[in-house]
Every structure is written in C-alpha cells, then in structure tokens.
Ligand binder design. Structure first.
Ligand code: RFL
Ligand code: PHB
Length: 392
C-alpha cells in the first residue's frame, strides 16, 4: 500500500480540478489530483467554447492566461435568429463586458502545462477512488493504480469528478437533495476545419429546430443542431448534417456557409441538474459533480469556475488565517450563483428549441418572447448580463 499525505486531494483532472489545483499552488497550498483517464483522453473531449470574464480573471490569477490572451477571440455580442428575423445583443453596450471564445480543450491544455512545469502531482489512470471519513478532521482517499492500492491523508477533499464521478455519491442519499429536468432533445455537434460562417456566434430558433454557429479559431468551426434523443452520430453523414444546418440558417447566412469534412461528431443530451448541499464535512463538490446545465447559455464550464473561485478563496482564507467562514458558507454561496446559471440556461434553452410536446399556444408564447427580446433594450440587458456572467 502506497502512503502519501497532502493538504487537498482533488478528485478529477478536468478543468475544475486542474484550475483549483493551480490556484492553490500559486498561494502555496499543496494538492494531489487523481484522474481516472489519461491526459490525452481528457484533452480529446471537445466541449465548451465560451469563457466568461470571471473565468478569464481566474486564469490570469492562476498565471495561465498568456496563450488565451494571444489566441482567444473577444466577442462583444451575439446574433439571434427566429422566423425571418435576426438581431444582435450587444454585450459591451449593455454590460461593458465581453466574453472570450477559447476552447475548453485549450484551457485544460494550458492548465496541464502549468501544473507539470511547477511539479504538480497529477495521478492518471486511477481506479476505485473512495473518500473516507469526510465527516472527521482526518479524511483520507484510497485508490488503485496498476493493481497497487494507495492511500492519501489530507485536510480537505475537492470532488471535481464531473457528473458521473464518485464524490457526489459519497454524500449519503438522505443528506442529498437532487433537482433534475431532462429535455426531450439533444445536440448534435461537429467540428470542421473551415472558416466560421460569422465572426460572432449565431443562435437560431428555426421551424426545423435549434441551430448554433460557433467556432474555435479562424479555420475551425463548431456547429450544433437540435436532434432527436434516439439519434446516433453515425446516423448523420457529413452531407446530411450540412444540409440540415443550411435549412435552419437564414438564407443569406446559409449561402456563405463553407462546408468540409467533419473532424468530430457527437451527440449530447440536454439536462438541468443540481445536487445540494455542495459540502459534506471536509468534502466540497465543484462543477459538473454538483450541477449540470443545458449548453445553450454556455454556462457549464463557467459555473464550474465560479465554484472553484469560492472554494479556492475559502481554503486560502483558512490556511492563511485559520478563519473557517468561507468554508462554512461555501455551499450556500456557490449554490446561489449556480441556481442563477440554471435559470438562465433553462430560459435560453426554452426560448430557442422546438419542443416535440409543445402546443400551438406554447409556440406563440415563444415567438412573443423572442419578439419582446428583439425589441426591448431592458430584456437585452438582462440577457447580456447573464451571458457575460454574473459577478462572483
Ligand atoms: P469534467 O470536465 O467532466 O471533468 C471531470 C473529470 O473527472 C474525471 N473523473 C474521475 N477521476 C477520478 N476518479 C473518478 N471516479 C472519476 N470520475 C470522473 C473525468 O475523467 C474528468 O476528467 O467536469 P468539470 O471539471 O467540472 O468541468 C465541467 C465542464 O467540462 C462542463 O461544464 C462544460 O464542458 C459544459 N459545456 C459548456 N460549458 C461552458 O461554460 N460553455 C460552453 O460553451 C459549453 N459548451 C459544454 C458545452 C458541454 C458539452 N457536452 C458535451 C456535455 C458543449 C457541450 C457539447
Ligand atoms: C461551443 O462553441 O461549443 C458553444 C458555444 C456556445 C454555447 C454552447 C457551446 O452556448
């Protein structure tokens, strides 16, 4: 049995776990990250593309923002289409803030590089991770790697292991309350080495279903279309995808679309989920381990980052001054912001998708709300404030 001791054991080497580990490192707090997969597997997952100002600030604080500042694209607004209308919500005008388009893959790559440079301990390919004695002041974590058992004693455990991880499930069922909404459709997403059709994102509510035009860089486009939950990526040839996307875009946008071979194709279900509380003894949940949003508002990674922000400051306060107030209020403070992101993501999803079970009445209400957003500056300001990210 391998024995080790550290201050914080972080379960999960996705963006939440790595960002927390790097921020703790910068203020002299030790951690060990345990990741179930390999580094290449984690870096191969194509996910988020839009970063809020809070996450940009944290990347700077963690000392990992150089490439992001050089290569990321600042977006001051977004385009929304419905019927034969298109309008722009100007984030900069309404909030004086912008968002940055820089892929989650790149954020994760920059974080791995920084952790490796500073000798950060990340253990890959771990199995059977278990959290013990989280309700005492001497928690420990056990795991197996290549058949050998290991044990790490620590002060705190951060559960950053995503929706399917073990951390949330360590909290006894009678303590946990879970809230969930599953949407009756999914998103089929592709990546292609083609120039993006627009320099800002385009969200489309078309009669054939939702579509989104996004990007990663000047020659890498990311497009999504709403699909049936029973669809599989292999059911969609490249040609079928491009044809369907064009049918959902306004004709002048569709005529500019550059198509090409896709280099990734996947389907994500849409779900809203929150598990409360986010703290149980010395165990703290962060990111997808505690909550999921449908991707329409681009809030998943950003909400993970806001949890990391609160937890990092709470741990820092504890180690620097012995004050436990940040730790004690973590769950309540994090959840208050989480629920606002849940509300926004639910609202924007409801506004932009075609629901198979909607009546004509529901549809007319959706159009009325889109028209209201189109014509009303106060409604656009509310949307812009949520999209660029509510303050921490
Ligand atoms: P992750 O990324 O799931 O990482 C968790 C890590 O934990 C590991 N793990 C374990 N390790 C050890 N032991 C165990 N028992 C373990 N179980 C799991 C996993 O291997 C993994 O490496 O969670 P994290 O770090 O909380 O990060 C959350 C974000 O990844 C997620 O919220 C976003 O990707 C959501 N999301 C978006 N968020 C945005 O803010 N903006 C966007 O534009 C955006 N677009 C998206 C998205 C998610 C998508 N999909 C596929 C779900 C677009 C899509 C299509
Ligand atoms: C993406 O580029 O992957 C993306 C952008 C905006 C969203 C969701 C996903 O709302």
């Amino acid at each position: 049995m391998g024995e080790l001791s550290t201050q914080v054991v972080i379960i999960g080497g996705g963006p939440s776990g790595l960002l927390l580990s790097q921020l703790l490192h910068v203020c002299g707090i030790q951690s060990v990250v345990l990741e179930r997969k390999t580094k290449n597997y984690v870096l191969g997952r194509i996910r988020a593309g839009v970063l809020e100002r809070g996450l940009l600030h944290l990347m700077r604080e963690a000392g990992v923002a150089d490439r992001m500042e050089r290569e990321g694209f600042t977006h001051d607004g977004t385009l929304i289409c419905y019927g034969n209308q298109m309008f722009r919500v100007d984030f900069k005008h309404h909030t004086s803030h912008s968002v940055m388009v820089y892929g989650q893959t790149e954020v994760t790559r920059d974080l791995y590089e920084a952790r490796e440079k500073s000798g950060g301990e990340i253990v890959f390919n771990v199995e059977d991770v278990e959290i013990h004695d989280a309700k005492t002041n001497a928690p420990f974590v056990t795991y197996k790697k290549a058949g050998t058992s290991h044990r790490i004693t620590c002060d705190f455990v951060a559960g950053c292991d995503g929706f399917h991880g073990i951390s949330r499930k360590t909290i006894p069922q009678k303590v946990r309350k879970e809230y969930e909404k599953v949407y009756p459709f999914g998103w089929l997403g592709i990546l292609s080495e083609t120039p993006p059709v627009s320099h800002e994102l385009i969200y489309v509510n078309s009669e054939r279903g939702f579509a989104l035009c996004s990007m990663r860089n000047t020659n890498l486009s990311r497009y999504y279309i709403q699909c049936d939950l029973s669809d599989r990526p292999e059911d969609w040839s490249d040609n079928a995808f491009w044809t369907e996307l064009k049918l959902r875009l306004p004709p002048d946008v569709a005529s500019k679309l550059v198509t090409g071979p896709t280099i990734e194709k996947s389907i994500a279900p849409l779900r809203s989920f929150v598990s409360e509380p986010m703290r149980w003894g010395q165990l703290f949940l962060c990111g997808d381990a505690a909550h999921i949003v449908p991707p329409t508002g681009a809030k998943g990674l950003n909400t993970a980052a806001s949890d990391v922000n609160y937890l990092y400051r709470a741990l820092r306060q504890f180690y620097e001054t012995g004050d436990t107030s940040g730790i004690d209020s973590y769950s309540e403070v994090a959840l208050s912001r989480v629920w606002k992101a849940e509300r926004f993501s639910w609202w924007f999803s409801s506004l932009m998708h075609r629901y198979p079970d909607h009546s004509e009445f529901d549809f007319r209400i959706q159009v009325a709300e889109l028209q209201f957003l189109h014509g009303n500056q106060a409604a656009q300001q509310a949307m812009a404030e949520n999209y660029v990210g509510l303050p921490y």
